[in-house]
Design a protein around this ligand. Structure first.
Ligand SMILES: [Zn+2]
Length: 280
């Protein structure tokens, strides 16, 4: 699933091609792709509009349009945006042709991706937690958000209302880098451990953006190239392979139906239980 580094890469690589361009032709082949609007109305409203900028919030891609409307895309599990693909792929759900002749195709094997068009994006992105790479996102902010919950840290990291943009892969990599077991509860973490998680979140995400995202599954960049961030993965998608630090086999457990990878040796499940009082 595309997470923050993948969506950031898509945004960065689309920007020079589409900003300032108008939507000349809009074709939707799957009505389930468009949220709340009938397809003919979606196409009519979008055609002729210019793209002023593209931003990312969490895993959402937000096109700001000349009419003060927004085109918001979420790629979910397998969505991909391809620029001028040489061939029409079997899972094409929509295509957009711009005034400069470039074509953007929304390809989506599992058909879970979604597109909104409207003026008010607050109902879509208003509940997202802070951006983990913003300067305002400090260890203190993370600590305050985590301390209100009693849930496994892995579950907290992928909760978009707590922190935006982190998914399964980067949560596992973050916890390995911080040497924290994924089942540790949020309210059991020390200040030092939260500081380590905060540092790891930022370094893991920055490094993955520099590598243009991780192509472990269906993710490809708009130009068709793969990202290479997964080549640096230490635990994610590496069940049974040796831990790069200690050599122990990487384990996978299921947490809320999602595979969670960790090193049982480097990330021990230390329970910081208070000592029981002595018998009277
Ligand atoms: Zn290890």
């Amino acid at each position: 699933m595309p997470e923050l580094p993948e969506v950031e890469t898509i945004k960065n690589e689309l920007l020079p091609w589409v900003v300032g361009q108008r939507f000349d032709q809009v074709s939707v082949f799957d009505s389930q792709l468009i949220y709340q609007l009938p397809v003919p109305e979606f196409c009519r409203r979008l055609t002729g509009q210019a793209i002023e900028s593209i931003n990312r919030r969490g895993k959402y891609l937000i096109f700001q349009l000349s009419s003060a409307q927004y085109l918001v895309m979420h790629l979910r599990m397998s969505g991909a945006l391809l620029l001028n693909p040489k061939e029409i792929r079997p899972h094409t759900r929509a295509s957009f042709t711009f005034s400069n002749g470039n074509q953007l195709v929304f390809n989506d094997q599992r058909r879970l991706g979604i597109i909104w068009l409207g003026e008010n994006i607050a109902p879509i992105i208003g509940k997202l937690g802070p951006e983990p790479l913003d300067k305002d996102f400090t260890a203190n902010v993370l600590s305050q958000r985590l301390s209100k919950h009693h849930i496994p840290i892995k579950v907290a990291l992928v909760d978009q209302s707590l922190i935006a943009g982190i998914g399964n892969m980067y949560a596992d990599e973050t916890l390995f880098a911080a040497r924290i077991h994924p089942l540790r509860t949020t309210d059991s973490l020390s200040t030092r451990e939260i500081q380590d998680i905060h540092n790891s979140i930022q370094s893991i995400l920055r490094s993955a953006i520099a590598k243009k995202g991780a192509s472990t599954d269906t993710y490809i960049r708009p130009g068709g190239q793969l990202g290479t961030a997964h080549l640096d993965f230490k635990v994610a998608h590496r069940k049974g392979m040796p831990c790069p630090i200690c050599g122990a086999p990487i384990e996978r457990i299921f947490l809320r139906n999602r595979g969670t990878y960790f090193c049982p040796n480097c990330q021990p499940l230390t329970t910081q239980m208070p000592l029981l009082p002595p018998w009277p």
